[in-house]
Structure formats: structure tokens, C-alpha cells
Design a protein around this ligand. Structure first.
Ligand code: NAP
Length: 285
């Protein structure tokens, strides 16, 4: 039976370390600050923004929220980003995704000062990640790496399979596993013999967004299984991509949903905000 990887406890430990670092920085006159921009009234986005605000309070990070109406124009949004780029109290800028239809999300991301891009979605930071010379890592994949480290299982030399190739999860996830010397395969909707490819994985990361997607026959005995998916099942209950009941007896370690990857994403955002403040104030780690 797999050990459950406790994302709640691991994220609490990350946030405690961040809080300590914030305290030390404050004593040096450096005050990390995060601006969260929310456009429109998507209820899920509102919950994410509230959780980010709460994490700032827990870690002592100063935060500002900008809640804009759904009919905000691209020009107005870009003007706000420019204002935040210039604002010294703000070390990190996060624009909550998805933006309402009609707004060009890619252009908004490119407007963020790369040194304040705590999501690490700006093309400058994406390039840095490719080169392995990063300041910021995208929060979800970085959180997954911490969860894998917590198991004590070495990534180096292992067969790692990532299902999903999105810019925010799948691609950077594969790159981080590669930086840790994993042998990485990326799967997507056109992959042939998906179950067979997955069965070869010592470390399997699923970022598909479909409930019940990863079944027991797709998992190698003793594999580490990380479930990034956040879906609703037939009863409206939050669940991941992994058929937990089938996979738990086969894997060596597994993340639950909720309580696995989700809490790590926010903890890593706090970590990135502190890294941004240090970068902007010339503080070395
Ligand atoms: P996305 O942009 O929709 O990407 C999904 C990926 O899954 C795509 O690359 C797609 O392949 C692949 N896929 C879809 N059907 C497939 C199939 N039948 N076989 C193999 N691959 C298939 O989603 P995302 O933004 O990466 O998010 C993925 C999941 O993670 C979602 O449930 C999301 O809510 C969750 N998420 C969680 C967190 C967290 O903090 N826990 C953070 C971010 C995202 P193609 O490219 O070929 O279409």
C-alpha cells in the first residue's frame, strides 16, 4: 500500500521557512509584497485569490488585491501592470487566470516585469527555465518536485512520465525533472499506447484534467504517482486524474486530491515572492 504524500504538511513547512525568511528580510529593511490582480467574478478564481491572500498573511508577506470588473479593457489592465511594475512595495505580480474572454492573456503576461513574474510564465523566465538558470520556477511543477523529494526517492536516472504538455504544468514539469537528471517522457492526447508508456514510469505525474484518467493498469508497482489534476467527479466532489482506490495499493507513494499538489502551489508562490524581493534588493541567498 502506497504512502500518502501529505501536501498540507509539506506546504506548511515551506510556508514556515518562508515566514522566517520574511522576518529576516524585514530586519534588513526588505519587505516582500505580492499584488494579485483578479478580473471578473469567476467563483473558482475568487477562492484561489482568497487563498493567496491568506498565505501572504500567514507568511508575513505584504499583499495588495486589485479586483477589476469583467468588462475591463486590455489597455486598462496593461496600465495597471505597468503601475505595479514601477511600484517599489510590490515584489511580485500575479494575474489570476483565466482572464475573461476578449482579454489577451499572453500580452498581459509579457507586460509583467520578468523580475516580478512570480508565476514564471513570462517568456524571459520560460527561457531561463530551459537553460536551468532560473530565479523563479512555475509554482505547480516546483511544488511537485518538493513532494517527490519528500519521498526520499531519487529522480536521477529514473524513468519519469508526465501526462500533459501545457505551458503552465506539463512542459515545465518535464523540464524540472530533466534538470534533476530524470529520463523524461511527455505524453499528450496523441500519444499512442499511453497505458504502456505510463507503466514504464518510476515517477508518474498526471496533469490532464480528467477524473478517473489514470487507472491501476497504467501504474508500475512501486511507482511514485503525483496527481496534479483538479476535477469534479459525477457527484461534484473534488478529485484528481488518478483512480485513487486502484492505484494506492500498487504505487509506493501517492498524492491525494485534495491535500496533495494544490497546497504546494500556493506555498511555492510565497517562496517566489520572497525570491523576487531578494532579487530586486540585491540580497543574496
Ligand atoms: P490543459 O492545459 O488542459 O492541458 C491538459 C493536457 O492533458 C494537454 O496537454 C492534453 O493534451 C492532455 N490530455 C488531454 N486528454 C488526454 C488524453 N486522453 N491522453 C493524454 N493526454 C491528454 O490543463 P493544465 O492547465 O495543464 O491542467 C491540468 C490539470 O491540472 C487540470 O485538472 C488543472 O485544474 C490542474 N491544475 C492543478 C493545479 C494545482 O495547483 N493543483 C495547478 C494547475 C493546474 P494535448 O496537448 O494533446 O491537448
Amino acid at each position: 500500500m502506497a504512502k500518502r504524500i501529505d501536501g498540507k504538511a509539506i506546504s506548511a513547512a515551506v510556508k514556515a521557512r518562508v515566514a522566517q525568511e520574511v522576518q529576516t528580510l524585514r530586519e534588513q529593511g526588505v519587505h516582500p509584497g505580492l499584488a494579485v490582480v483578479l478580473v471578473g467574478d469567476d467563483p473558482a478564481s475568487r477562492i484561489y485569490v482568497n487563498n493567496k491572500k491568506k498565505a501572504c498573511e500567514e507568511t508575513g508577506i505584504y499583499s495588495e488585491e486589485y479586483a477589476l470588473p469583467a468588462d475591463t479593457t486590455q489597455e486598462k489592465l496593461l496600465a495597471l501592470i505597468e503601475e505595479l511594475n514601477q511600484k517599489p512595495e510590490i515584489s511580485g505580480i500575479l494575474v489570476q487566470s483565466p482572464l475573461p474572454k476578449g482579454l489577451d492573456e499572453a500580452a498581459v503576461v509579457e507586460k509583467i516585469d520578468p523580475h516580478k513574474d512570480v508565476d514564471a510564465f513570462h517568456s524571459y523566465n520560460v527561457g531561463k527555465i530551459m537553460q536551468g538558470k532560473y530565479t523563479f520556477l512555475p509554482c505547480t511543477p516546483a511544488g511537485v518536485i518538493e513532494l517527490i523529494h519528500s519521498t526520499g526517492v531519487e529522480i536521477s536516472g529514473k524513468q519519469c512520465v508526465v501526462i500533459g504538455r501545457s505551458d503552465i504544468v506539463g512542459k515545465p514539469m518535464a523540464m524540472l525533472l530533466l534538470h534533476e537528471h530524470g529520463t523524461v517522457t511527455i505524453c499528450h492526447s496523441r500519444t499512442q499506447n499511453l497505458a504502456e508508456v505510463c507503466r514504464g514510469a518510476d515517477i508518474l505525474v498526471s496533469a490532464v484534467g480528467k477524473a478517473h484518467f489514470v487507472t491501476g493498469d497504467m501504474v508500475k508497482p512501486g511507482a511514485v504517482v503525483i496527481d496534479v489534476g483538479m476535477n469534479r467527479d459525477e457527484n461534484g466532489k473534488l478529485c484528481g486524474d488518478v483512480e485513487f482506490g486502484q492505484v494506492e495499493p500498487i504505487a509506493s507513494h501517492i498524492t491525494p486530491v485534495p491535500g496533495g499538489v494544490g497546497p504546494m502551489t500556493i506555498a511555492m508562490l510565497m517562496k517566489n515572492t520572497v525570491a523576487a524581493a531578494k532579487l530586486q534588493n540585491g540580497v543574496r541567498s
